[in-house]
Design a protein around this ligand. Structure first.
Ligand code: EPZ
Length: 417
């Protein structure tokens, strides 16, 4: 397993370009298999999860190429409707392939998906929704088989939780279903809107993206198109937090500031200067970060759960005590024990983390527990005095393209071994 070696205390300065959104590229790649012909997806980040998605597409019979952040998918004759568990386990997003394969092939067999261990990550909302769209579901020996004897049929679906993945899975299954589907209590994340924009460009009839009611009028066929994925708002947050903990001053290019409203206000409250332009964000850190009022993670457009670890790492070197309440996942604080090795003073009580800011962290050896928890360790190590070693960085590579190279361009002393 490779590691990152980081010698902290270097002030970050300069410009960084933010890559495309992982959580947008993944459902859009799943959507390409619904389309006849060829889809060309630009601004696709080169990540382990994107490679896993491409392998699933290839496994079921699509022709895929990936170069210079562009994925080209040609759907000819799909030859397989089973996603092998080795691919299912690589990431959480594999579950949203089930809706697309079921819609296209009438049958799909999957095993429980993988992804970050953030507490139990059930898929009951996905299974119930596909059942309501007309699939018969049988679970045996750890596999789940969805069977639709005829074309899926549109229906009304009330989500008990505004699940991002379940919303995406329903959209993928319903886009070519017979009739109208309405999703109530739908997720409103920008990545959902991006998926809808892609599908509508392919000929779908989907309305209400960004609201909690999404209406999908099923169409007979979809045709591949050329599309560009939105920027990754969580990667943008990561670089902002890196600048904040090093007293830095950076310009982020290729971002959509409107996707970071709840995040930017936290950085401003901590004393950072944040200036937004059409597709860039300039951030300048104060000499010393201040504590902020309680952060409660929630669904979009509230403060996103994925930004929690990044801001918590930043607050560990602020002046005063801050509180982060994690309302989305049951156990998202596994990385805190690793942060404490670097000298952070954090108490976790259930879903609440209390952070007593310290002047400076101190280098240590630690290891990633999950994707954003790993990014939090990088942020902390950039502040820590001395040379830190971060292990199990494959977690980070699932969601960050060239993070070491980009941080070194900004002045960080960081290298992968
Ligand atoms: C997506 O995960 C993202 N992943 C996550 O990002 C993100 O944290 C999450 O949405 C919330 O924004 C991708 O898009 C690939 P959910 P997802 O369904 O779809 C419960 C990252 O770092 N739930 O909105 O799995 C679930 O247990 C990752 O990029 C059910 O109970 O999130 C959780 O408590 C981490 N039953 C809550 O809903 C279900 O059937 C949120 O889950 C589905 C979900």
């Amino acid at each position: 397993m490779s590691k990152l070696i980081i010698s902290g205390q270097n002030r970050l300065f300069g410009k960084v370009s933010v890559h495309g959104a992982k959580n947008s590229a993944l459902p859009i790649l799943a959507a390409t298999l619904l389309c006849d012909g060829t889809s060309v997806i630009h601004n696709c980040p080169n990540l382990l999860d994107v490679n896993a998605a491409i392998n699933i597409l290839k496994h079921i019979g699509c022709n895929c190429t990936f170069e210079n952040n562009t994925v080209t998918v040609a759907v000819n004759k799909l030859c397989c409707n089973q996603i092998p568990s080795c691919l299912m386990l690589k990431m959480r997003s594999s579950i949203i392939f089930s809706g697309a394969i079921l819609a296209r092939c009438g049958k799909v067999t999957i095993s429980a998906p993988g992804g970050c261990e953030l507490g139990p990550r059930p898929i009951d909302l996905h299974i119930d929704a596909l059942k309501r769209l007309g699939a018969d579901v049988t679970e045996k020996h750890g596999f789940i088989e969805f069977n639709a004897k005829q074309r899926l049929v549109g229906t009304e679906i009330n989500l008990s939780f505004a699940s991002v993945g379940a919303t995406e899975n329903i959209i993928l299954a319903a886009a070519t279903a017979n009739g109208k589907t309405v999703i109530h209590n739908a997720a409103k994340e920008p990545e959902i809107q991006d998926l809808i924009n892609f599908l509508n460009k392919c000929g779908a009839q989907i309305f209400g993206g960004g609201t909690d009611t999404i209406t999908i009028y099923g169409v007979e066929r979809l045709y591949g198109c050329v599309y560009t994925v939105i920027p990754d708002r969580i990667v943008a947050t990561t670089y902002m937090a890196a600048a904040a903990v090093t007293g830095g001053e950076i310009m982020l290019k290729n971002v959509n500031p409107s996707h970071l409203k709840a995040i930017n206000s936290v950085f401003e409250e901590s004393g950072c200067t944040v200036e937004c332009n059409e597709n860039s964000i300039y951030i300048k850190a104060p000499v010393r970060l201040s504590r902020v009022s309680t952060i409660r993670t929630t669904i979009y457009p509230g403060f996103p759960t994925d930004a929690g670890p990044l801001v918590l790492a930043m607050l560990s070197v602020s002046n005063g005590t801050s509180v982060v309440v994690e309302n989305i996942f049951e156990n998202r604080f596994r990385y805190v024990d690793e942060l404490k090795r670097l000298g952070a003073k954090i108490r976790v009580e259930g879903r609440v983390a209390i952070i007593d800011g310290v002047d400076m962290l101190s280098a240590a050896t630690c290891k990633c527990t999950d994707l954003r928890g790993g990014a939090a360790l990088v942020i902390a190590a950039l502040n820590a005095k001395g040379k830190s070693v971060i292990g199990d960085i494959e977690h980070i590579k699932r969601g960050y393209e060239n993070i070491d190279y980009n941080l070194s361009l900004l002045g960080a002393d960081i290298k992968e071994i």
